[in-house]
Ligand binder design. Structure first.
Ligand code: SAM
Ligand code: DTB
Ligand code: SF4
Length: 369
């Protein structure tokens, strides 16, 4: 993933962002055509596998336990229901599934084992699998990679300068470390931000600068417009102008010509014309389906119509990189073997007890007296 050598300083980025709109879109469209097929737009589906109850204080997020939103905390979904949802998403044209968990960080427990099984099963369906599970260490990243994870989403959200106004429970540096861990494990990186949180244009460019300074910039950069949710500290933020989304997509496209720029949250507030300009300016993906993680997204049929009108084609999976191979997970195999032993021991103990007259039936006879 290369950075456009014509843009290196924040001032250059600001000049670019503030260019006359149609000039900006034209420059972005020209670059887009050199590196991507402009008719192809990937449809990705989001699935909230663990909703709500999160310990963090991200000011935009309806899933933070400390804010009183209408999101109810739920347990981790089962592997079976995830597979069912993934099959549905695939049947509706999605080539990528992003599974999100309202976790501060990944923990080495049974829930993570289940996520590993989800990754294996969805990869086996031939979809690009992305996870967004919060912070993770290198070992956890390696387990995910081994299971067949294609991408890890971990957003820097905004510039290092504005970050402290949005989140206090973790540092920018923590986010960078997790992105590094995904990279070291050989997982592609999906990392982007949110506009409309009260930040200055300098902060939007500061976010892009953070990615420019990486040895390898992200393969995927989602651009979200804030979905202002009642109960969060950002509930009263004024919605951004549609032009701002177009400018942000175009600037990102120009600076990172090879990256997939994703037109992410906030599309319910955009009309088709503004979205068309985003595709023109280099957006190569949308989230499809009526729901993002917890908030609404345009109707599936509306997007289908938009694709038809604009002559867009859903992008096939693994056009940018090879499908990872799902390998068996040693920790899960060890746990299952241990559980098997334990089961066998219990069965032997039960048979021994029965032989000695302590059968469950005998006990119930005693109970009946
Ligand atoms: N808990 C994990 C984490 O924070 O990395 C993963 C899930 S988190 C919901 C994924 C991303 O969703 C956040 O980094 C943020 O960029 C985006 N997001 C959350 N709430 C949003 C909102 N109200 N509007 C726009 N984007 C939002
Ligand atoms: C990303 O940048 N946007 C998606 C995905 N990555 C995980 C999430 C958007 C969430 C919007 C708020 C919600 O639905 O809870
Ligand atoms: Fe938790 Fe992620 Fe929401 Fe922050 S963005 S509160 S870490 S779910």
């Amino acid at each position: 993933m290369k950075v456009n050598p014509n843009y290196q300083t924040k001032e250059q980025l600001l000049d670019l962002y503030n260019k006359p709109l149609l000039e900006l879109v034209f420059e972005a469209a020209t670059i887009h055509r050199q590196f991507h097929n402009p008719r192809e737009v990937q449809m990705s589906s989001l699935l909230s596998i663990k909703t709500g109850g999160c310990a963090e204080d991200c000011g935009y997020c309806p899933q933070a336990a400390r804010y009183h939103t209408n999101v109810e905390a739920q347990k981790l979904m089962t592997v079976e229901s995830v597979v069912e949802q993934a099959k549905n998403a695939k049947a509706n044209g999605s080539s990528r599934l992003c599974m999100g968990a309202a976790w501060r960080e990944v923990r080495d427990n049974k829930d993570f084992d289940n996520v590993i099984e989800m990754v294996q099963s969805v990869n086996d369906l031939g979809m690009e699998v992305c996870c967004t599970l919060g912070m993770m260490n290198e070992d956890q990243a390696k387990r995910l990679k081994n299971a067949g994870l294609f991408a890890y989403n971990h957003n820097l959200d905004t510039s290092p300068d504005y970050y402290g106004d949005v989140i206090s429970t973790r540092e920018y540096e923590d986010r960078l470390n997790t992105i590094d861990n995904a990279r070291k494990a050989g997982i592609t990186v999906c990392s982007g931000g949110i506009i409309g949180m009260g930040e200055a244009i300098e902060d939007r460019m500061g976010l892009l600068m953070s990615y420019m300074q990486m040895e390898t910039p992200p393969e995927s950069i989602p651009i979200n417009a804030l979905v202002a949710v009642e109960g969060t500290p950002m509930a009263d933020q004024k919605p951004i102008e549609q032009w701002e989304m177009i400018r942000m997509v175009a600037t990102t496209r120009i600076v990172f010509p090879e990256t997939v720029v994703r037109l992410s949250a906030g599309r319910t507030k955009m009309n088709m014309e503004a979205q068309a300009l985003c595709f023109m300016a280099g957006a190569g993906s949308i989230f499809a389906g009526d729901k993002l993680l917890t908030t609404p997204n345009p109707d599936f049929n509306e997007d289908k119509e938009m694709f038809e009108i604009l002559g867009l084609l859903p992008k096939e999976p693994f056009k940018d990189a090879e499908q990872p191979i799902s390998h068996p997970d040693q920790k899960i195999l060890d746990r299952k073997e241990k559980e098997g032993h334990r089961q066998k021991e219990l069965e032997e103990a039960r048979m021994e007890a029965e032989k000695n007259g302590f059968s469950p039936r005998k006990v119930s006879n005693v109970d009946a007296l």
